[in-house]
Structures are given as structure tokens and as C-alpha cells.
Design a protein around this ligand. Structure first.
Ligand code: KG4
Ligand code: ZN
Length: 338
């Protein structure tokens, strides 16, 4: 890596992010701009997201370079997420990074977004001793929900994923039904603290079944059914809190059950790792930690800013690929099976 530093861009959903990493993985600068255009619309609008990335990225990159005390000329390589994600944003971010790379005749490294989430817990200094392969990743965000056996760089096995909604999507939809804002996960968790998790009978989809597939749409529909009798009447706060607590408890139960099965499918895993925005959820983290300890393995959850979409993870995945001398090609397709 000539110049000793790598600049990375992430733009696959609604976060525009840039980071600069030293060749050894030290974070020299990082910045995330979370687009607020989508909140009033109740979800991410791809076209609006792509245009916002285009507006935000030039300034964000300039600020990140300044924060690192460097100039663009001193950057030795450029990386960006090329998939999977919303295609407009991917094109904006990766074209921007490729443009910078071509202008300075530096390498460009294409990064798979899921691989970036999967390798983040290996960032130097994040866990002690450093996380080694193989480990089990539970990736739970607004867009992703899957169990992946991470065996090495480029060696991933998807053990199961959602057959309908992602976990974060379920939190967001149920929060919406309860009249909470978007994104709903944090608001729902807060409300759940005032509720009784055993008060409302809700299903636990796929619980007790083999494999580690997920399903959340039935749980969401069950909440809608509980709420139906209220029509347009305001929901009593205690009842809303009980529903939130019961929903969250069931999601945690299902996740623990799925993680248990996944560990059975990857018995060589040395750690259980959770990433994605839903990993912010305290109840879920606690349950998964218990599962890991019952299996006698470590539980690793990167700090929240590195669990949600960010560019540090993109830079780190690019460095891991460079070190393994196995960079992805420049295509926009999902090169990995996961
Ligand atoms: O990883 P992320 O920032 O973006 C992507 O989807 O890629 O994840 C956002 C998702 C949203 O669905 C949000 O509601 C959920 O993570 N989330 C939570 C919590 N904080 C964020 N879900 C449950 N509990 C939370 N505390
Ligand atoms: Zn993500």
C-alpha cells in the first residue's frame, strides 16, 4: 500500500460515510452523514438516497482527509462498497472513489458490504485477543438478517437468512404500528422498558425448528391484529409498552434459538459475533451473550458506530483483501454468495 493509508467510502443505503485507515488498520479519520431526508417518508427512498450521497460525499471526503491531517495526494489506495445495496448509491460512491483512484493512479478496491460487516470485528484493538477464524456472524440490520460462518477471507458460508423481513425492518414496522417514529428500533426498545414482556401472547416464528432461517412478517401481523380493536382510538400507553416488550422478548427468543442452531451447524466457531443496527438492542445482546457463554465461546459485538453502516468496515475489508492478495473485481454484482 503506497502512501501508507487507504480511503474508503460507504454509500449502499442511507448513510454516506468516509474513513481513512493506516495500512495496519489504525483508524486515522472517520465520518458518517446519516441522511435525514427519509424519516418523514417512513423508509429509505432509493432515488433520494442516491442524490443525497452525490451532494454529501465531496464535502465529507474533504473533511475526513483534513481530519487525518493529510492531503488526497498522500492516500495510497481507494476503496468503496460495490454491492449489495441500493444500486444508485453504490454507483455514486464507487464512481467517486474510482475517480479519485484513477486521477491519482492509485489502486481501487471493490468491497462487498456483507464481507465488510463480517470482517469488522477483526479490526485491531477491537477485541483482545484479536478475533481469529472461524467464527459465527449474526448480521441483523434494517436490510440484512443472516447467519454466516466466517472461515477466512473470502471463505463464507451463509447458514440461513430471513425468508421475509429483516429483523430491523420488523422493529421498524411494529414501531410504526405503535405510532413511534422511524427508525423505530431505538424507540421501541425504550418503550419496552416500561412494559411486561409476558403480557401479550405473540408468536415466535420458526422457533424450535431446524436450521437458522428467520421469519418476522407473521409476528408483525400478530401485532397488527392485537391493535385492530383500537381502530383510530389512542392506544393506552401501558398496553403499547406491553406489546413492545412482548415483541422484543419474542424476537430475542427467536434469535437465541437460531444462533443456537447456527452454532450446531458451525461447531468449530471460536466466537459468536453480532453486527448490524439491531445489535444495538440491549435485550438481544444479552441473550446472544448467554448463548455464546453456554457454548464456551466468546461473544463479540463491535461498538455501535462500527455495527451500523460505516466506512471503517469498508476500509478494513479492503486491507484484509489486499493482505490476502485476493481483491474482488470491479463488477457491481454481489461477488459473494452471502
Ligand atoms: O445497520 P443499520 O444502521 O442500517 C442498515 O439497515 O443497514 O440498521 C438500522 C436498523 C433499523 O431497522 C433500526 O430500527 C434498527 O437497526 N435498530 C434497532 C435498534 N437500534 C437500531 N433495532 C432494535 N433495537 C435497537 N436499539
Ligand atoms: Zn449494512
Amino acid at each position: 500500500l503506497s502512501g501508507g493509508a487507504l480511503l474508503a467510502i460507504e454509500s449502499s443505503c442511507d448513510d454516506s460515510a468516509c474513513a481513512i485507515l493506516a495500512a495496519d488498520g489504525r483508524i486515522l479519520a472517520e465520518a458518517v452523514h446519516s441522511q435525514n431526508e427519509h424519516a418523514p417518508l417512513g423508509g429509505v427512498v432509493p432515488e433520494i438516497a442516491a442524490r443525497a450521497h452525490l451532494t454529501v460525499l465531496p464535502g465529507l471526503v474533504a473533511r475526513t482527509v483534513e481530519q487525518a491531517g493529510m492531503t488526497l495526494g498522500e492516500i495510497g489506495a481507494f476503496a468503496a462498497t460495490t454491492g449489495p445495496g441500493l444500486i444508485g448509491g453504490l454507483i455514486v460512491g464507487s464512481s467517486f472513489a474510482k475517480g479519485l483512484a484513477i486521477a491519482r493512479q492509485r489502486p481501487f478496491i471493490a468491497v462487498n458490504h456483507i464481507e465488510a460487516h463480517a470482517l469488522t470485528p477483526r479490526l485491531p484493538g477491537l477485541s483482545s485477543p484479536p478475533l481469529s477464524f472461524p467464527y459465527l456472524l449474526l448480521l441483523v440490520s434494517g436490510g440484512h438478517c443472516q447467519c454466516v460462518a466466517v472461515r477466512g477471507i473470502g471463505n463464507y458460508e451463509k447458514l440461513g437468512g430471513t425468508i421475509d423481513d429483516a429483523a430491523g425492518e420488523a422493529f421498524d414496522k411494529v414501531a410504526k404500528l405503535l405510532g413511534l417514529g422511524w427508525p423505530g428500533g431505538p424507540a421501541l426498545e425504550k418503550l419496552a422498558r416500561e412494559g411486561d414482556p409476558t403480557a401479550v401472547a405473540l408468536p415466535r416464528p420458526l422457533m424450535g425448528r431446524a436450521g437458522c432461517e428467520f421469519s418476522f412478517s407473521g409476528l408483525k401481523t400478530a401485532v397488527a391484529r392485537v391493535l385492530a380493536p383500537y381502530g383510530r382510538e389512542p392506544l393506552p400507553r401501558q398496553h403499547a409498552a406491553d406489546i413492545a416488550a412482548s415483541f422484543q422478548r419474542n424476537v430475542a427468543d427467536v434469535m437465541a434459538d437460531r444462533a443456537e442452531n447456527a452454532l450446531g451447524m458451525a461447531p468449530d466457531a471460536s466466537a459468536l459475533v453480532v453486527a448490524g443496527g439491531v445489535a444495538a438492542n440491549g435485550e438481544l445482546r444479552a441473550r446472544l451473550e448467554t448463548v455464546a457463554h453456554q457454548h464456551g465461546i466468546r461473544f463479540v459485538a463491535p461498538p455501535l458506530r462500527l455495527c451500523t453502516d460505516n466506512a471503517v468496515m469498508v476500509g478494513w475489508a479492503a486491507l484484509e483483501r489486499l493482505r490476502a492478495r485476493s481483491t474482488l473485481d470491479l463488477g457491481m454484482e454481489d461477488e459473494l454468495a452471502v
